[in-house]
Design a protein around this ligand. Structure first.
Ligand code: GLP
Length: 241
């Protein structure tokens, strides 16, 4: 595990974007695993800026996103498909056919999950997986006590995650109760993992996840075992380590 400390959110985002840029420059046809949530937004904004300057080219890049709510279509502004297009894909030269997210509109969980694992497999696996960190230690939507050996699967969201994500919806009742997510196994198979974490409210979970025991109670703790895991933190999130 490599820890990179940044003074604030902007610096954290720039450092993370630097690592992703290096990946894209070294392997223009790489497979990037991407994440939603508030934390990576600055990273995406920085990548867009470098793309506009002509320093980055996404023409050959393929992406696979971590997760998607179950039961909402991609046209729904609350979908992760929409979020990713709004905040990243619409602003770079990625080919639409190279963008992958689990199909939230398809309620056949088995078909969606098996199909998604096949897509990742056929792409030859993920070169670099970007992650945020949930307040309860979740990654993607792998909530506490998830089995580490799962591939893509359908999950019921915990109260804490519904509470945390309601800020993106009109009301708490509008937050979907289920989601499709890559499993811990899928994430751990990525060749490189990059996590971004900021803010004082994540300081406790950062300490638990990366300086405590590896346990399914804190899904992110498994990342301690990954051979190429980079954690980029701002000062507030690093306050307890
Ligand atoms: C959601 C996403 C996760 C993300 C987490 C943290 O639950 N499924 O992938 O890491 O939120 O979000 P934020 O970065 O907004 O704290």
């Amino acid at each position: 595990m490599k820890i990179i400390r940044a003074k604030d959110y902007t610096e954290m985002s720039r450092k993370a974007a630097n690592i992703i840029s290096a990946q894209v420059i070294m392997k223009p046809n790489c497979v990037l695993g991407l994440a939603t949530g508030g934390t990576p937004l600055g990273t995406y904004a920085q990548l867009i800026e470098w793309y506009r300057k002509g320093d980055l080219d996404f023409a050959e890049v393929t992406t696979v996103n971590l997760d998607e709510y179950r039961g909402i279509s991609k046209e729904n502004p609350q979908s992760y498909w929409y979020f990713m297009h709004q905040n990243f894909f619409n602003h770079i030269n990625i080919q639409p056919a190279h963008v992958h997210l689990p199909d939230g509109a398809n309620l056949d969980a088995q078909a969606v999950c098996e199909g998604y694992d096949s897509v990742i497999h056929e792409l030859g696996g993920i070169d670099l997986q970007l992650l945020g960190l949930g307040r309860d230690g979740h990654i993607g939507f792998n909530e506490p006590n998830v089995a580490f050996e799962l591939g893509t699967h359908c999950v019921e969201l915990t109260e804490s995650t519904i509470e945390a994500n309601k800020r993106f919806f009109e009301s708490k009742e509008d937050v979907p109760r289920e989601a499709y997510t890559m499993g811990i196994k899928s994430i751990m198979q990525a060749r490189k993992i990059l996590m971004v974490v900021n803010g004082a409210d994540k300081a406790d979970i950062v300490k638990k996840a990366f300086f405590g025991p590896v346990t399914p109670e804190v899904p992110a703790s498994i990342l301690q075992m990954h051979p190429d895991f980079i954690l980029v933190l701002d000062q507030e999130a690093a306050a307890q380590i």
